[in-house]
Design a protein around this ligand. Structure first.
Ligand SMILES: [Zn+2]
Length: 105
């Protein structure tokens, strides 16, 4: 698959998480509990264990796009697989019919 290398550069695993938090500094604007800091993270499984990775501020949009790209890629792959499964079952049925016909001859 020629396109897979380009695609692999544009995808990331996990889900994109946006959180709000207080930094803990008493003089910060977030101390009122309302104007909290936005924090962006990737939530994913590494070796079967849940992990949360902070995303550097300048990467947020790129990372969001890469995760979305992977999500779409997986959805497309799932669609293709379910179409192929239907085809497989149909062909299997036809194969059975053929076997029946062969036996009758
Ligand atoms: Zn703060």
């Amino acid at each position: 698959m020629r396109c897979s290398r380009g695609l692999s550069l544009r995808t990331l695993p996990g889900s994109f998480v946006e959180r709000q938090r207080a930094c803990g500094r008493p003089t910060c604007h977030c101390a009122d509990g309302k104007r909290l800091h936005r924090q962006y993270q990737i939530s994913l499984l590494v070796d079967g264990k849940p992990k949360t990775l902070n995303i550097p501020a300048r990467w947020v949009e790129t990372v969001r796009e890469k995760i979305e790209m992977r999500r779409r890629f997986e959805a497309a792959a799932a669609t293709i697989c379910s179409v192929n499964l239907k085809r497989f079952l149909q062909e299997k049925l036809q194969e059975k019919e053929k076997e029946k016909e062969d036996r009758q001859i």
